[in-house]
Unconditional design. Structure first.
Length: 343
C-alpha cells in the first residue's frame, strides 16, 4: 500500500490534480534542514507548509534554519542545509559561477518588493510614466536588506532604468530584515527603502509614515510582470540521492499555495500569519493576502527565468545567462497550478 501511495503521489504532482487527498508514505519521516528567512512574506509558503503539517504529510520532518539577505542561499550552498528557500536571483548567480544547484518549485512568482520613501520626501515625478518616478530618488539614502540581496539587485536595476548611477546618485544602506527596515525609516536613518513585505504594507498602510514610489509586486515595473522570485533549491546530488524527498517538498509547497489562494481557508492561513509574521497588524496581513495572494504560485516559466537573467546581466552580476533547463529541475517543477475550488 505504501508503494501504491508513492506512485500515486508522483502521478498527482506530474498531472497537478488536487494534492490534498494524499497522505504521507508509510515509515519514518525524512529529516531535512531548510534555510529560509524569518517573518518575511517571501517565504510564507514555507511557514504555511510547516505550520499546517504539509511537510509531514509528504514524509518530511523539516527543520527551518534562518538567515538574512544572501545568507539563506549560502547556508544551503555550503551544505549546512539540504534545501534552501531563497531568491531565484541568487540561484542564477551561483549557477552562473559553476554551482550545480536546481530549482524545484516557486514559493512566489512576483517579488514582494516595493520602493517606498518617507512622506516628507518630495516626489514630483510620482504621476509620470515608468521609470521617471525613480529619478526622484537622486540624493537619497535608500535602505536594502543586505548587499547582494534581491532588494539590492532590484533597487540598482530600477535606478539604472531611470538613468541614475547606484554608486554616485544615491546612498544605499543595508538595514536588515523588515522590522529593522521599519525602524530605520521611522528614526530617519534612511529616506526610503526597497522594502520587502511586510515592511512596505506596514509603513504605508499601517504606520502611514511612507508612500509608494513603485509597487514591484503589483507589476508596476515591466520586467517583473512575469518573474520567478523565490523558490525551493537543492543541489543536483540531492535529486539523485533523495528524489522522493524532493517530490515531497514540491507537493507540500503546492498544497501550501493552494491553501493561501483559497478564500475558504483565510482564517486558517491568518493563524499561520499571526504566528510567523511578527509585527504586522492582522488587519493589514488580511488585506495583503487578499490583494496579493496570486503571487504565490509554483510554476517557473522559461520567460520568467529569462527575465531574472536579464536583471542580473544588466546589473553585471553574472558573466552569462543560465539556460532554463540547466537551472530548473524540469522533472520536478510543476507545469501548471490547480486553482482551489471556490463555492
Amino acid at each position: 500500500m505504501g508503494s501504491l501511495r508513492l506512485n500515486a503521489l508522483t502521478r498527482v504532482i506530474a498531472a497537478f490534480a488536487v494534492l490534498a487527498t494524499f497522505t504521507a508514505p508509510a515509515g519514518a519521516l525524512e529529516k531535512i534542514k531548510i534555510s529560509t528567512f524569518q517573518a518575511n512574506l517571501c517565504c510564507f509558503t514555507v511557514y504555511v507548509a510547516k505550520e499546517l503539517g504539509l511537510f509531514e504529510k509528504h514524509g518530511i520532518d523539516a527543520q527551518l534554519v534562518y538567515g538574512t539577505g544572501i545568507q539563506a542561499a549560502n547556508i544551503m550552498i555550503s551544505g549546512s542545509a539540504d534545501v534552501g528557500a531563497f531568491a531565484v536571483e541568487h540561484g542564477v548567480a551561483v549557477a552562473a559561477k559553476g554551482q550545480d544547484v536546481k530549482l524545484l518549485v516557486l514559493n512566489e512568482q512576483l517579488p514582494p518588493l516595493g520602493l517606498i520613501v518617507r512622506n516628507n520626501v518630495p516626489t514630483p515625478n510620482a504621476k509620470r510614466p515608468y521609470p521617471e518616478m525613480v529619478r526622484d530618488m537622486k540624493g537619497l539614502k535608500l535602505g536594502i536588506s543586505s548587499v547582494g540581496a534581491s532588494t539590492d539587485t532590484t533597487l540598482q536595476y530600477l535606478l539604472r532604468q531611470a538613468g541614475l548611477d547606484p554608486k554616485k546618485d544615491v546612498t544605499i544602506v543595508p538595514v536588515g530584515d523588515p522590522n529593522t527596515t521599519l525602524a530605520a525609516l521611522k528614526n530617519g536613518v534612511i529616506d526610503g527603502a526597497m522594502a520587502v513585505e511586510p515592511a512596505q504594507t506596514v509603513a504605508v498602510q499601517g504606520l502611514k509614515m511612507a508612500k509608494m514610489v513603485i509597487d514591484v509586486e503589483g507589476g508596476e515595473a515591466p520586467l517583473f510582470k512575469q518573474y520567478a522570485y523565490n523558490g525551493m533549491w537543492v543541489r543536483a546530488a540531492f535529486l539523485k540521492d533523495r528524489p522522493q524527498v524532493a517530490r515531497g517538498i514540491v507537493a507540500a509547497v503546492v498544497e501550501a499555495e493552494q491553501a493561501i489562494n483559497d478564500p475558504a481557508r483565510i482564517e486558517e492561513i491568518m493563524k499561520v500569519g499571526a504566528k510567523t509574521i511578527k509585527g504586522m497588524d492582522p488587519a493589514l496581513l488580511r488585506a495583503y493576502l487578499q490583494r496579493y495572494h496570486t503571487i504565490f504560485r509554483p510554476v517557473a516559466t522559461a520567460q520568467a527565468i529569462e527575465n531574472v537573467n536579464s536583471l542580473l546581466y544588466a546589473n553585471k552580476l553574472i558573466p552569462h545567462t543560465v539556460p532554463y533547463d540547466q537551472l530548473v529541475a524540469t522533472d520536478f517543477m510543476p507545469k501548471e497550478f490547480a486553482e482551489p475550488k471556490t463555492h
